[in-house]
Design a protein around this ligand. Structure first.
Ligand SMILES: [Zn+2]
Length: 132
């Protein structure tokens, strides 16, 4: 199951996103260090840290931290969240997230994520929050 997560992170890197698995001990260390791994054209980052990784082993779910390198760039932030969700779905990973940029995004690799798991209402809710 972790294979699809690995594939998802590989795919994220193709979208100019610095994507790291099992990165650093905690959220604040991760946020502090992630830019050191930034490639020239990367505009945003996604990672989960060592503690998340422990949880992942037990529950097959993890939260990812995410953000843009240019702080307060709302358009880039929107683009980043959309890309994370899209790439997760492409890899059959279920996303739980309420659409708020301050919240971490939960990835569930335990289930086969079919398009039908996402109700239209759920998608609309996320998109409407993003467009504000
Ligand atoms: Zn730490």
């Amino acid at each position: 199951m972790k294979k699809k997560l690995r594939k998802m992170f590989r795919d994220l890197r193709k979208h100019n996103i610095t994507a790291r698995m099992n990165f650093m001990c905690c959220q604040s260390c991760g946020v502090n260090c992630i830019s050191e791994h930034k490639k020239k054209n990367d505009y945003g980052y996604v990672f989960y840290h060592n503690q998340d990784n422990e949880g992942l082993k037990e529950t097959n779910t993890t939260y990812v931290s995410w953000g843009v390198f240019e702080e307060d760039d709302k358009n880039k932030l929107k683009e980043l969240s959309r890309t994370i969700i899209k790439v997760a779905e492409q890899n059959y990973i279920k996303v739980n997230w309420n659409g708020e940029s301050s919240r971490r995004i939960e990835l569930d690799i335990s289930k086969v994520c079919l398009e039908s798991l996402y109700t239209e209402a759920h998608k609309r809710r996320i998109l409407s929050k993003l467009s504000k």
